[in-house]
Design a protein around this ligand. Structure first.
Ligand code: APR
Length: 240
């Protein structure tokens, strides 16, 4: 019991890998390539599933690197047509509704974002299986876990490919609508190319007084990050 507790599969503080991970990836990939985006360049779902697995299987779940995901991302780079991107931070559901209604695209509308949405995965050195008991938690175990690094590297590539006008949906009912430690703040905003224009949509919960606005200090901070990169910025309050 001692050995199992301290070196076993249960030692991490986060939820374990999603049950049937491989099957879900394969099924989502088939659905995406055949039904959701049948016009897109045909993709080999078996190769994608295998590349996904090789990225983390048998590896130390706290030693993920961006390079681990190179082959996977090269099979399906997260790019979308110019001017259609929507970023989000603390507004996942709402941002996806907006995107859908306006025929725009979030990271979860790209193949890899769609495949991994909401899933958890990690492996274990010396084993060819996923650890279904526990996976490292970002705060309690390690930041360089495979799920966090996946979203970071995918988000980085997504932001780098932005062109023309792109949007971000931010939560104006939080004290800081812009969080410089979020993926949007740390990874996406700082990787937008010069000449891109970012339009921030600040949404507020109805029935609650707004906590942050386009003139607040968190949005000023976002503007200063963008100014430094020559990215144009517009902010719109209270979209709802
Ligand atoms: N499914 C599960 N977890 C996700 C997903 C997803 N589709 N996308 C991101 N995550 C993880 C990331 O680790 C992220 O930090 O959940 C966290 C969401 O935190 P928020 O503070 O709400 O938002 P943020 O950190 O800004 O991440 C969202 O990054 O993934 C990109 O394009 C996406 O603009 C979006 C931003």
């Amino acid at each position: 019991i001692y050995k199992w507790h301290y070196s076993g599969l249960n030692r991490w503080h986060g939820a374990g890998s999603t049950a049937d991970f491989q099957k879900i990836i394969q099924e989502r990939c088939d659905t995406y390539t055949q039904t959701i985006r049948p016009g897109s360049r045909s993709r080999n779902c078996q190769a994608i599933r295998q590349a996904f697995m090789s990225a983390f299987i048998s590896k130390d779940p706290c030693k993920a690197t961006k390079e681990d995901y190179n082959s996977l991302i090269n099979l399906a780079p997260p790019t979308v047509p110019c001017g259609q991107q929507v970023f989000w931070s603390k507004t996942k559901e709402l941002a996806h509704e907006y995107a859908k209604r306006r025929r725009l695209m979030t990271l979860e509308d790209t193949l890899l974002g769609y495949l991994a949405d909401g899933l958890s995965w990690c492996g274990e050195p010396g084993s060819s299986d996923l650890n279904i008991w526990s996976c490292p938690d970002w705060r309690k175990d390690c930041r360089t876990n495979y799920v966090s690094v996946f979203w970071e590297v995918l988000s980085e590539r997504f932001a780098e490919s932005a062109c023309n006008t792109v949007r971000v949906v931010l939560n104006g009912s939080l004290e800081n609508a812009f969080d410089s430690m979020s993926i949007f703040g740390r990874v996406e905003a700082p990787n937008l190319r010069p000449q891109v224009e970012l339009e921030a949509w600040l949404v507020h919960d109805t029935g609650k007084p707004p906590s942050d606005s386009c003139s607040g200090s968190s949005i000023r901070k976002l503007k200063s990050i963008l100014d430094g990169r020559n990215v144009k910025f517009r902010c719109m309050d209270n979209l709802r």
